[in-house]
Design a protein around this ligand. Structure first.
Ligand SMILES: Cc1cc2nc3c(=O)[nH]c(=O)nc-3n(C[C@H](O)[C@H](O)[C@H](O)COP(=O)(O)OP(=O)(O)OC[C@H]3O[C@@H](n4cnc5c(N)ncnc54)[C@H](O)[C@@H]3O)c2cc1C
Ligand SMILES: NC(=O)c1ccc[n+]([C@@H]2O[C@H](COP(=O)([O-])OP(=O)(O)OC[C@H]3O[C@@H](n4cnc5c(N)ncnc54)[C@H](O)[C@@H]3O)[C@@H](O)[C@H]2O)c1
Length: 475
């Protein structure tokens, strides 16, 4: 054990979220240490967002090109899967994190490599790969940004079949002949889209009644329809009771009878927090639990411990975790400087209000799904008096010009008492880039009367906005 090194702020985990807490703390002039046990950049950079999107972009580009006259005849062949894997390798920097580590040095944060653990209030130990231990203390704050990992269900036989999880699904470089996907959430849908396009015969076993259960029901319906057209089998209302492997074949037993065979099985059934070995017991918190925070990202019941990103379970998305990091960084700096902190100001700079009202998400399937804010069901369950307005995306001429046989739908959820949008969802090619307009409208609480003056360009897909507003006004 060496001497304790004192900083203003110690960050555990150098994923996208921890990096941003460190950046904000340094920008406020606070000395900052950041601890990373694997790769600087986190799951997002190497095993999640970035590799998955590098895999999906060629799939979606090809699918879209196949719907454009004059081009489609040239893109009928199979994907060059090795080129796609090379593209993924480029975007994951060949699993080298030197660039991101240099960025941390550039902002003036000190990087400690090793497993970080809280060792009582404001204290952290770092166990380096060589076993050496460094003790750190934090004058102002410790920020836990350790992310999440795939949560594997207690399914009989699962530990014997070498299942794929999200890390395997975004890093495998052999295309299985048959891939069984358990789950119907975002990881399941995106990875089914990718691997089906790479040549696997994909079967999805979905316990619930539809795909993407947190989104408007039509989103999951349209994605399921497209996956089936691409050749995948999508079985909803189908729970798996056990799995077993015999040589190269995995067999899943289905509740109610029947079996499904495959070469590999991807389990995409949600996430668990990476908090089981970070010393939570030393400060009276439960190891392995999600860290519940207030709107400044301060862990409830503490004055110095912050938690941002996946680990606080507010919104398991990179951009939203980075937003929390900006808020927490501002709050840590304000508290350090004795600046009054406006926790009660709902859209103030120290309050992560958007987590409750305006979380955007794009699902990179074919068709894409973009949603922000509340679904109709969520708004109703919050007791809001709302009205949903629906339009086919092809009500905008730009959609038809974008691609032949364009399919998609849009919904806006209007709070009738305030006449503002509380949610919007779009399904269709290219909608990912349209979503931010809805995020501005929802987070800005722009009155519908004023949105009427936000004129979308002709002939873009965004003209669906006009169709939605006309439908609201005329009915
Ligand atoms: C397949 C997949 C695709 C996804 N695609 C998207 C997407 O397109 N868009 C999107 O917004 N979100 C996406 N997500 C979600 C996104 O990956 C997470 O929300 C994001 O990674 C959270 O960032 P984080 O910094 O909280 O955690 P992470 O990225 O997991 O980083 C946490 C870091 O902490 C480190 N760490 C953990 N414990 C310790 C410790 N004790 N000491 C030191 N270091 C530690 C880890 O090694 C890791 O580097 C996807 C997720 C998956 C699984
Ligand atoms: N493009 C993106 O923004 C993107 C992409 C991938 C992941 N993510 C994020 O990562 C997080 C994790 O994604 P995910 O797909 O793992 O989780 P999820 O929570 O989105 O979906 C999990 C699915 O598994 C099902 N499930 C849960 N337990 C089960 C069991 N025992 N048996 C069968 N089915 C079961 C659920 O009903 C649900 O359909 C999400 O919160 C998501 O927002 C985002």
């Amino acid at each position: 054990m060496t001497d304790v090194i004192e900083y203003d702020v110690v960050v555990l985990g150098a994923g996208p979220v921890g990096e941003n807490v460190a950046d904000r703390a340094r920008a406020a002039g606070l000395s900052t240490a950041i601890v990373e046990s694997e790769l600087v950049g986190g799951d997002c950079s190497y095993y999640a967002c970035v590799p998955s999107k590098a895999m999906l972009r060629p799939v979606i580009a090809r699918a879209e090109a196949r719907r454009v006259p004059g081009v489609k005849q040239d893109v009928q062949g199979p994907l060059d899967v090795q080129a796609v894997f090379a593209h993924r390798k480029y975007w994951t920097a060949n699993m080298q994190d030197g660039g991101q580590a240099d960025w941390l040095t550039g902002i003036g944060a000190d990087l400690f490599r090793g497993q970080g653990r809280i060792a009582g209030p404001r204290h952290v130990t770092v166990t380096a790969p060589d076993g050496g231990v460094q003790e750190l203390s934090a004058r102002q704050a410790v920020a836990v940004c350790t992310g999440s990992r795939a949560a594997l269900p207690a399914l009989p036989g699962l530990d014997t079949v070498r299942p794929w999880d999200s890390r395997t699904a975004t890093s495998a470089d052999q295309v299985p002949g048959r891939l069984l996907v358990v789950g119907g959430g975002v990881v399941a849908c995106e990875m089914a889209t990718a691997w089906q396009a790479f040549g696997s015969e994909v079967t999805m076993l979905v316990r619930g009644q539809g795909l993407l259960p947190r989104m408007e029901p039509f989103a999951g319906e349209l994605v399921a329809e497209a996956l089936r057209e691409a050749g995948a089998e999508v079985r909803t209302g189908t729970a798996v009771s056990s799995v077993a492997r015999d040589g190269d074949t995995v067999t899943a037993e289905v509740v109610g009878g029947g079996t499904v065979e495959a070469d590999e099985i991807l389990v995409a059934t949600g996430r668990a927090p990476r908090t089981e070995d970070i010393g939570l017991d030393t400060i009276g918190l439960e190891p392995g639990s999600w860290l519940s925070v207030d709107d400044t990202c301060l862990v409830k019941g503490t004055t110095w411990l912050y938690a941002c990103g996946d680990v606080n379970h507010r919104a398991l998305l990179t951009h939203q975790g980075k937003y929390q990091a900006r808020i927490a960084g501002a709050a840590i700096a304000a508290r350090a400087q004795g600046v009054p902190i406006l926790e009660t100001d709902p859209w103030g700079s120290h309050t992560a209000t958007a987590d409750h009202a305006a979380v955007p998400q794009v699902v990179f399937t074919d068709p894409e799904v973009g949603s922000v804010g509340l679904t109709l069901a969520e708004a109703e369950s919050r007791g809001l008096r709302v009205r949903a307005v629906d339009q086919e995306m092809t009500s905008a001429e730009g959609a038809g010009l974008y691609a032949e046989d364009y399919r998609g739908r849009a919904r806006m959820v209007v709070d009738l008492d305030r006449e503002v949008l509380v949610g919007a969802s779009f399904v269709g090619a290219g909608v990912g880039e349209l979503l931010h307009s809805a995020t501005v409208a929802v987070a800005g609480e722009v009155p519908l009367d004023r949105l009427w003056h936000a004129v979308p360009s002709f002939p873009t897909i965004s003209e669906v906005w006009l169709r939605l507003l006309e439908a609201y006004r005329d009915n």
